[in-house]
Design a protein around this ligand. Structure first.
Ligand SMILES: NC(=O)c1ccc[n+]([C@@H]2O[C@H](COP(=O)([O-])OP(=O)(O)OC[C@H]3O[C@@H](n4cnc5c(N)ncnc54)[C@H](O)[C@@H]3O)[C@@H](O)[C@H]2O)c1
Length: 338
């Protein structure tokens, strides 16, 4: 079966995912697209032989759309995801699931009323080969119980429009999701420490930031977010356990010996660093939709948790206090007891 996908929002990542669904993933076809910029929708549609439709509601209702991809601006996600769930169609929503905890919970409740999972959230790091190997090692017990995790998320530069709260909401959100998954644990408190700021930043920006998370099992996580580090896009993660340590591998790159030096490349952006992860993420999502199974990737609950934890981290940055994340009990549909 070919899964016919409708895409809502064809900006940067929407077009990138259309290319992926068309050229990389087998078993998928983009049949309809929409964007509040109608000319952009027409152009994106014509490139892949799809049709442009007037708005998200019309796209979700269309007979030639089996599954929905939401890649519009974050504050619009909840409306489209809720419409897709009401229509009983599988929906892949780029992060964030919604920008408020209340909207995330509305989606969770709608999905629970539907009775089975339809929603997957676009946290692609769970599909990165290195993180998957780390998870296998942690799950196997080879490092014993994890005790501490050290992480860094560094970007070479960010535009002036980037604000201090985006360090949590847009940048650290990926670590928040992947760490909850890696450790099979929940983040219960968050704190932010700001060291001396780099002079290579805009005056309004607190950069770098050190985020300190505590999990329900007592694991301590330190995450350096440094978005003007200049030298490259660098993702580090090291879990220290009772009996050993496991570290995220750097992406494979040739070793270069030249001019008296031995060097390997550092990636320059997340697009290249996680290209394979995005491909795998969409291959697995489409295969699941084609098989009629529930999605196994990040759930609406994970989207809710990420929004709550990153919002609490912004509060921690602004207040200077340790902030409890105060998540609701996890419902049974998402593997919890409630
Ligand atoms: N997983 C990741 O690492 C990752 C990376 C980049 C972006 N994203 C997420 O993807 C989303 C889109 O990001 P982007 O960089 O492509 O932004 P963008 O601004 O390039 O594109 C967004 C598009 O959505 C359209 N749009 C906005 N509201 C709409 C609506 N209600 N209906 C239809 N179209 C609408 C806009 O006109 C625009 O064309 C954001 O939520 C962002 O956080 C995730």
């Amino acid at each position: 079966m070919t899964v016919r996908v409708g895409v809502i929002g064809v900006g940067w990542i929407g077009q990138e995912h259309i290319r992926r669904l068309t050229e990389v993933v087998t078993g998928a076809e983009v049949t309809a697209v929409t964007d509040i910029d109608a000319a952009r929708a027409e152009e994106a549609a014509s490139r892949v032989g799809a049709r442009a439709v007037a708005n998200g509601a019309e796209l979700i209702a269309a007979d030639d759309v089996d599954a929905v991809l939401v890649t519009s601006w974050g504050p619009t996600h909840a409306e489209h995801v809720l419409n897709a769930v009401a229509a009983g169609k599988p929906v892949f929503c780029e992060k964030p699931l919604a920008t408020t905890a209340e909207d995330c919970l509305r989606i969770v409740e709608a999905e629970m009323a539907h009775g089975r999972r339809l929603v997957q959230v676009g946290f692609m790091r769970r599909y990165d080969a290195g993180y998957r190997k780390m998870k296998q090692v942690i799950d196997s017990g080879r490092i014993g119980e994890p005790l501490i995790v050290h992480c860094a998320h560094r970007n070479p530069t960010v535009p002036e429009s980037y604000t201090s709260s985006m360090a949590a909401l847009d940048t650290a959100v990926h670590e928040v999701d992947v760490l909850r998954w890696l450790l099979d644990d929940e983040i219960v408190s968050t704190q932010v420490v700001t060291p001396r700021a780099t002079s290579k930043r805009f005056a309004h920006l607190k950069d770098p930031q050190i985020m300190l998370f505590e999990t329900a099992k007592g694991v301590r996580i330190d995450l350096e977010v440094f978005v003007n580090c200049q030298y490259g896009y660098d993702i580090q993660c090291e879990a220290v356990g009772e009996e050993g340590l496991v570290r995220l591998p750097d992406p494979a790159s040739v070793g270069l010996r030249s001019a008296g030096r031995h060097s390997t490349e550092v990636p320059t952006d997340w697009v290249g660093r996680f290209a394979d992860a995005f491909d795998t993420e969409f291959r697995e999502w489409i295969a699941g939709v084609a098989a009629g199974s529930e999605p196994t990737g990040p759930s609406a609950w994970d989207g809710y948790a990420a929004t709550v934890i990153t919002s609490a981290t912004v509060e921690a940055l602004e207040s200077g206090r340790v902030v409890a994340t105060d998540l609701k009990p996890r419902p049974a549909l998402y593997g919890g007891a409630a």
